[in-house]
Design a protein around this ligand. Sequence first.
Ligand code: GH3
Ligand code: MG
Ligand code: MG
Length: 315
Amino acid sequence: MKILVADDEIMTLRLLEQSLDKAGYDVVSARDGRLALEQLCLPYGPRLALLDWNMPGLDGPAVCEQVRKRSESPYIYIVLVTSRESKQDVVLGLESGADDYLIKPWNPEELKARLRTGQRILRLEDRLVEARETMRFKATHDHLTSLFNRGSIVDLLDRELTRTRRENSCSVIMMADLDHFKMVNDSFGHLVGDEVLREVARRLLGSVRSYDLVGRYGGEEFLAVLNNCDTSQALLRAEQIRNAVANFPIRTMRGPLAVTMSLGVLSSRDWPLSNSEEILREVDAALYLAKAAGRNCCQLAKPNSAIETPQELLK
Ligand code: GH3
Ligand code: MG
Ligand code: MG
């Protein structure tokens, strides 16, 4: 594990470097407070630090204060190592943000034991961060396909529509629904249906750009938001997505299955005053038309005159 050792006295620094190196730490040294702070603020910098109190530039407590002001994680565990032994100094040192306080001359075994305590705390922090990230992922993603869940994809659509309006750009929104999916479940069972949904999700993600957004809107319905995509590209992109599913049978535990889907497609340029609710209603209506047209096809949502009237009024 990486550890920062900061001390302006070269003898002390060498002594700490040697003993920590022997204990298996990856030691980074600094001769003054500013350099120490610089090292601690680097991405993937040391997360354990031994700081002297008196150093040129910034002293130990000042480095602690600066480190604690950072909002970024991860946590840095800091031990002040100093010859100041008054209780006032101990209190001052800890209140500046240090986690522990060791008085010079230190006992090497005690120092190592205190560092092990620090590592325990850091491991605990890592586990908490990981648990938080897992929970955040579960709250925003669909458990079967790992795509965004309905709540997240609608939030993202809202955000994207706001950005599109602000920047006067254009987004394309697609609602895709598998054709006769009930028959897959009825003929081959729910588990095969799940396999199909997972593979369709994988193909949807594979056929959009990395910054496009794809979510599971409902059972076998998917919503895609393609940023900075113009109206002229809308149907072309929708056809690519449709083909990504229709052109290759899906391998399942019951053999390969031919699956198709229908898509409603909408360009935000055609609906400049609409909020996400209206957009979803319109793209769903276009999807309904694609189903009515025989399925396995894409239908572009066309604004009607009722929507065009308010735009006219605004001019
Ligand atoms: P259409 O072409 O008109 O869309 O017909 P459809 O059969 O695809 O549509 P319908 O709405 O009648 O049926 C959708 C089916 O999707 C019914 C439901 O059991 C199934 N479904 C929804 N969620 C899941 C899921 O998580 N796993 C599986 N295996 N099936 C699901
Ligand atoms: Mg369906
Ligand atoms: Mg459906």
